[in-house]
Write a protein that binds this ligand. Sequence first.
Ligand code: A3P
Ligand code: MG
Ligand code: MG
Length: 378
Amino acid sequence: KRRGENIEVAEPRNKLPGPAPSMPTDPALYSGSFPFYRRPSELGCFSLDAQRQYHGDAQALRYYSPPPTNGQGPNFDLRDGYPDRYQPRDEEIREGLDHLLRWLLDHRGQLEGGPGWLAGAIVTWRGHLTKLLTTPYERQEGWQLAASRFQGTLYLSEVETPAARAQRLARPPLLRELMYMGYKFEQYMCADKPGSSPDPSGEVNTNVAFCSVLRSRLGNHPLLFSGEVDCIDPQAPSTQPPTCYVELKTSKEMHSPGQWRSFYRHKLLKWWAQSFLLGIPNVVAGFRNPEGFICSLKTFPTMEMFEYVRNDRDGWNPSVCMNFCAAFLSFAQNTVVQDDPRLVYLFSWEPGSPVTVSKHQDAPYAFLPTWYVEAVTQ
Ligand code: A3P
Ligand code: MG
Ligand code: MG
């Protein structure tokens, strides 16, 4: 036996054994029939207050209160209050899945689906799933998703890419104001109590959030996820969440057929993905003019959005979005083999490339907090 024959070559710590796994994202590969997606049912909710503190109730839920339809259209000044009545959330604070895990800790004993349901489920934010749904069509922004398996459950938590961080830190003043305007629109359209009117004189505080927690299933992947909900329509035909929820959006006023086409191809895809996942039936859009005023509103039923691009060769297809998401979840389930809350499999994607994976221990990628791991480990 020659010397050194049994010495293993040290692999970089983040290298996975075997050939590097990867996953393509080309739309053509995912154009089968629409996969099974269980009608999302609400398991509960929580609220975050003006100081970003968690409350296990619906105190931050607001009520849809559109302006009276009396001939004239709306005239909402979205720049009013900027920047003096703006309290933006601190985006440097990385919350990961913490708020959702807090909810889960308080409710895991009462989960439906039978014993072991959670052990077979995927836990994440709705926003992360939205990014997966739109990936086959995304040409601008990549993403990174950290994945850990713990007591069977697969947890997925987004990591801000270096490019996204650089963009955020260098966000131009006009973009900052545009972000404010999206929240200001919510203030013009929502009341704090059912039956009362919006009060746009107050502050816009983006720490405040109402989050719904839902159960669904995509293909054979049971899902438990949470998403922020803009408001509830007290006059909706069904009072059962999530079908009574309304999503609010702003967009640039459009004047040419080309502008509408581009809106259908890009914005409606994102709006559809976000609201479809959570089971929100309607998105109410406010269109703003160059001066920042909302002068018209239009309701887009989520289930009708695809019709605008069905016959468009450069449109999007809901089946592709859902099939890709299902394939990614299978890829993640098969890749994240070790059950260890301190281990992270980092899935990375950039437009034009396949999804790749690397493996990491502890900081900076581990995201399941000690308070959660210890409470669940008993
Ligand atoms: P818009 O309605 O104008 O998009 P949401 O629509 O998901 O309820 O988000 C509310 C507002 O938050 C958005 O209003 C926008 O102003 C801001 N916002 C959300 N996601 C954003 C992002 N990725 N980049 C910039 N602003 C964002
Ligand atoms: Mg919102
Ligand atoms: Mg909204």
